[in-house]
Design a protein around this ligand. Structure first.
Ligand SMILES: C[S@@+](CC[C@H](N)C(=O)[O-])C[C@H]1O[C@@H](n2cnc3c(N)ncnc32)[C@H](O)[C@@H]1O
Length: 258
C-alpha cells in the first residue's frame, strides 16, 4: 500500500493557489467550517442509510481536517481506508489506521476494486469533473458506491455578482449530476438545499472565507479602500437588517455501480 503514497501527484499551476489557500486555513478550518461540517454529517447519514455497514476498501478524497472522515469511521466498519488531500499537511488529521495519499485526486495513482469512494465539499475544485468522476468510478468494484457532496450554481452567488474571481471551477446543480456520472452508475440519492450564512460586516465575511480556505481563486490582499468599496457594494446589493448574507448551495449525490 505504501507504494502508492511514495508517488505523490503534483498539483497543476492553478491548483497551487487552492493548495496555499487551504494550507493557510488548515488550523482554523475545522472550527470555522460549520457549514461544511453539517454538509459532511448529512452525507454520512444518507450514506449509512443506503450502503452496507461493513465495507472492505474505501477511499476518501479532499478529506481536509476530517469532517467526513469522522462520519464514515463512526458510522461504518471499514477494513482498509485510504485518505487523500491536495494539501500534504492534512495527513496529520487522518486516522492512524488509514494510508494517506497526498496530491490532486485528478492524477493520483488510485487503489483498485474500491467498495466506496467518498468526498465532501471538494468536487467543486476539479476542473474536468466528468473525466475525473469517470476515472474514479472505473476504480470501483462491481456494486461499489460513490458518495459526494459538492455545490450548485448559487454557491457564493453574491461574491460573483460583485465581480469576485473566487468561484471554484465546477459548481454543479443536483440534476446536472445525471450527466456527470458514467452510465453504469445508478443514482440512489440526489438532493440540493440552500443555506445562508450571515455576517455583521464585510470584514467578518472575508475572515470566514479566509479561515475556511474557500477563496482559493481570489486575491488575499484587501487595502482599506478596496474593503470599503466591497462593504458598501455588498450592503447596497444584498444587505438586510440581519446583516450580510452569503449563500451556500450544497448538493449531495450517492450512486452505485452496476
Ligand atoms: C472545503 S475543504 C473540505 C474538507 C472536508 N472534506 C470537509 O468536508 O470539511 C476542500 C478540501 O479539498 C482539498 N482539495 C481541493 N482540490 C483538491 C484536489 N484536486 N484533489 C484533492 N484534494 C483537493 C483541499 O485541500 C481541502 O482540504
Amino acid at each position: 500500500m505504501t507504494d502508492l503514497s511514495r508517488r505523490p501527484a503534483l498539483p497543476r499551476p492553478s491548483q497551487t493557489k487552492v493548495q496555499q489557500s487551504f494550507r493557510r486555513g488548515l488550523d482554523s478550518y475545522h472550527q470555522a467550517a460549520t457549514h461544511q461540517a453539517d454538509i459532511a454529517a448529512q452525507l454520512g447519514h444518507r450514506l449509512s442509510d443506503l450502503a452496507p455497514k461493513h465495507l472492505g476498501r474505501v477511499l476518501e478524497f479532499g478529506a481536509g481536517t476530517g469532517h467526513l472522515t469522522q462520519q464514515i469511521t463512526k458510522r461504518l466498519s471499514i477494513e482498509t481506508l485510504w485518505i487523500n488531500d491536495l494539501v500534504p499537511e492534512s495527513a496529520g488529521f487522518a486516522p492512524p489506521e488509514a494510508t494517506f495519499l497526498p496530491g490532486p485526486i485528478e492524477t493520483l495513482v488510485l487503489p483498485g476494486k474500491l467498495d466506496l469512494i467518498c468526498s465532501a465539499s471538494t468536487v467543486q475544485w476539479i476542473e474536468d469533473l466528468p473525466g475525473t468522476i469517470k476515472r474514479l468510478c472505473a476504480h470501483l468494484a462491481p456494486g461499489g458506491w460513490i458518495a459526494l457532496s459538492g455545490f450548485g450554481a448559487a454557491q457564493f452567488h453574491e461574491l460573483r455578482e460583485l465581480g469576485s474571481t473566487a468561484a471554484a471551477p465546477s459548481y454543479v446543480d443536483a440534476e446536472a449530476w445525471r450527466d456527470v456520472l458514467p452510465s453504469d452508475m445508478t443514482i440512489k440519492h440526489l438532493s440540493q438545499g440552500r443555506q445562508v450564512a450571515w455576517f455583521a460586516d464585510a470584514r467578518a465575511l472575508l475572515r470566514h472565507l479566509r479561515e475556511t480556505g474557500v477563496n482559493g481563486g481570489a486575491s488575499q490582499h484587501w487595502g482599506p479602500q478596496a474593503l470599503k468599496t466591497f462593504e458598501s457594494d455588498y450592503r447596497r446589493r444584498f444587505g438586510t437588517p440581519q446583516g450580510l448574507p452569503l449563500t451556500y448551495d450544497p448538493v449531495w449525490v450517492i450512486a452505485r455501480k452496476s
